[in-house]
Every structure is written in C-alpha cells, then in structure tokens.
Design a binder for this molecule. Structure first.
Ligand code: SF4
Ligand code: SF4
Length: 382
C-alpha cells in the first residue's frame, strides 16, 4: 500500500480508501472484507449518517480491536438539520453507532450550494464545530460536493475547511467541481478525497472500442486500474474511495494502490485517455458539445445542461444522472420547452433540440422525478 501525507495534519492516509455506502447483507462477510482491507493497509473508511446500517456495521466491526488502526470519515446531512439541537442529536447517534469517542474526518454531506452552508451557519454550525474540535470529538472538518465549479469555489472560500471530497475521474475532468476546482482547493492547502473514481462502474464496463484504445498501450491495465492510475497521478489527491464488496475487487484495487504514483502518466497515455473519453462521448445520446450558442432560451430551458445530464445516462447510473439533472437544472428543466424552435437556428451541430428535449423529459422526468425534485428542491432551499 502507498500512503500520502495529509498536508494539514501529517496523517498518513492510504491512497485507497474504503467506501462504506453499500455493505453486503451478510455482516460476517463484510467483517472479513474490512479486516482484510485493514491488514492490506487500507486505513481510511468513509461512511455517512444516511447510508442505511453502514455506521452501525462499521462500528461493530472496528470495535473488535481495529478502531485505532484506521481513520473514520462520516457525514452530517444538512437537510435533516432543522434546528441547532439537531447537530448534537445526529452527531451523538453517529458516535454511538460507530462505537467511538471521536470522528477523524467529519464532512458536511453533499453541500449543493453556498445557500445551504449559510443556512447551517445561521443555525450556529461554526460555534458547534469549534466546540466539538476543542473537545477533540471532531479531528478534521470538511465537506463533500456534487455541484458545479462556481458554487464549489464559493464554498471553499466560505470556511476554513480542512479537507474536501469531490466526484472526479478521467471522464469528469471538466464536470462538477472539475480539475479547476480541484486545483483551487489544493492551492488553498486542502487535501482532497475522491469519490466515484469509476463513475458507478461505468468506467469498468467500457465499450469494446474504448478497450481497444487502452490496449494500444505497451503497459497493460484493467479499466479500473486505468481510472485509479489517472487519479493517483494527481499529487493533490490524498485518497480515492472505492466501495469494494468482493475479495477480488479488494485484491485488485490494493495491487493497483501499491503501484500508485503521482506524475507518471505519459503524454502518450494522456492521448489514450482522451480517445477513450471520445469513444464514451460518441456513445452518448445527443452530440451536444456544450457550446451554448442555443441559449438563452426565452422559456429558461438550460439546453446544454439538459443534454449533459441526458448523456450521462449512458455512462453513469440512471439514479445519479437523475439526481444531477434535478440539482443542475432546477427550474430550467427540459419540460419547460414550448417548442418555439428559436434555439435550433443557432445550433452548429444541427441538433433537433425540440425532439431531443422531449427525449430528455421522457427519460429524466419520468417517475420518480417529481417526488425526488420536490425533496431536493426543499433541501436546496434550506
Ligand atoms: S424550442 Fe424550447 S428550448 Fe428551444 S428556445 Fe424554444 S422553448 Fe427554448
Ligand atoms: S448549440 Fe447545439 S451543440 Fe451547442 S450547446 Fe446548444 S444544443 Fe449543444
């Protein structure tokens, strides 16, 4: 196992972290998996208040003599905080579930924008964090993020964070917080944890054409290895989370992590990643380049974003694409289109925008769009 040093506090963190979002039903099996991971050098375990059963399972396993060997990261869901007392209520439940007296890395979960953080501030979270840190109950405070680059920078600047967690992989280099966001946070001295390194498995199950591109390399790697290598090539990244629910996956990822190095990707390899990304883009549903010549739409439709999210359904899980669609197009979604056709006159790709927006609506605004959107919109407002 390779380790990187947290520049904020000197912690040695394994470059491969264990994502605990989905454990197997069989706790015995999960226990074997976690103990094996610890024995192989994994020392960072990431869970959250809202992952069903995860904190309690992790707590039970780590309490069998492993707590001091690892760092625990868990998260506070802002949308469940209605009043100041809720901070303590949630936090103490987490300590109980995790059978621990302190949390090494505590994150505000999925901050979608600055407004949500400001609502937390209005409820007194800054004083609350200060008190918990003074008592040693929270060792490091950070946030996890899924929105766009602009809000990310605002959130980074809004508080003296000690780390952050982003969705990042070679396909998303220019999506979400993106490479610019990552470099911005790193420049501010924040260690960066990475989630979704394989885009929910989509970068593992590559189309044949993409596999052939990687095959041109003299060095042979599995699709997962190509993804991890690309991430570890960034010296700013402290650790990469992976939800490893089989011994084979654990063994393979640890083997890759043992070879992890920064700044090793050659120009030739960069070209391969670019071509694989091109293949993935071609497998997309709408050939939109995001040039934005078609906007503003008089009815407020964010056409490029609608297509970005629709295209994501080809390379990511539908539930993630739907979630991103709700967050990124709130109030500017495809069904707002009245079919005037103005936008089509400006599209250099000659995309039948009206027809494609109908397809977006059918795909991403079908059930459970409405209840999810209502829930998310409430969450984003608060
Ligand atoms: S066709 Fe639809 S998306 Fe295009 S400008 Fe008109 S309302 Fe907007
Ligand atoms: S003009 Fe065409 S290619 Fe450009 S963002 Fe709009 S739909 Fe996409």
């Amino acid at each position: 196992m390779q380790y990187r040093i947290n520049p904020k506090n000197g912690d040695e963190i394994s470059v491969l972290a264990f994502g605990c979002m989905r454990f197997k039903r069989d706790e015995k099996e999960t226990e074997q998996q976690i103990i094996k991971a610890i024995e192989m050098g994994v020392n960072y375990f990431d869970t959250a208040y809202i992952y069903p059963g995860s904190e309690a399972t992790l707590g039970r396993i780590l309490s069998k003599g492993y707590r001091d060997k690892v760092k625990i990261a868990t998260k506070l869901p802002p949308y469940l905080v209605k009043k100041k007392e809720d901070f303590d209520k949630i936090f103490h439940t987490q300590l109980e579930r995790l059978k621990t007296d302190y949390i090494d890395y505590y994150l505000i979960h999925m901050l979608p924008n600055l407004d949500v953080w400001q609502r937390m501030i209005s409820l007194g979270i800054e004083e609350w964090i200060e008190e918990k840190k003074a008592k040693g109950l929270i060792r490091n405070i950070g946030f996890s993020y899924h929105g766009g680059q602009e809000e990310f920078v605002k959130i980074v600047d809004a508080y003296p964070w000690e780390f952050c967690m982003l969705q990042y992989n070679y396909y998303d280099e220019f999506n979400q917080a993106s490479k610019n966001g990552l470099l911005y946070a790193a420049d501010k001295g924040l260690p960066i944890m990475i989630m979704e390194p394989l885009r929910g498995g989509k970068l593992v199950n590559l189309p044949k054409e993409a596999l052939q591109v990687f095959d041109e390399s003299e060095e042979k790697h599995s699709p997962a290895e190509w993804s991890f290598r690309w991430l570890w090539n960034h010296p700013q990244i402290l650790t990469v989370l992976s939800g490893m629910n089989s011994q084979e996956m654990l063994q393979a990822n640890v083997a890759s992590a043992c070879l992890a190095q920064a700044d090793i990707i050659t120009d030739k390899e960069k070209e391969l990643y670019k071509r694989v990304k091109d293949v993935l883009n071609r497998s997309f549903l709408v050939p939109c380049t995001g040039c934005a010549y078609c906007i503003p739409c008089p009815h407020g439709v964010d056409i490029p974003m609608c297509f970005t999210c629709y295209n994501e359904t080809a390379v990511t899980r539908k539930i993630s694409a739907r979630f991103n669609y709700i967050v990124r197009t709130a109030g500017h979604n495809s069904s707002k289109c009245v079919g005037c056709g103005l936008c089509e006159k400006h599209c250099p790709q000659s995309i039948a925008i009206r027809k494609e927006l109908k397809a977006v609506t059918a795909s991403l605004e079908s059930f459970p769009y409405k209840p999810m959107a209502a829930f998310m919109n409430r969450f984003m407002k608060h």
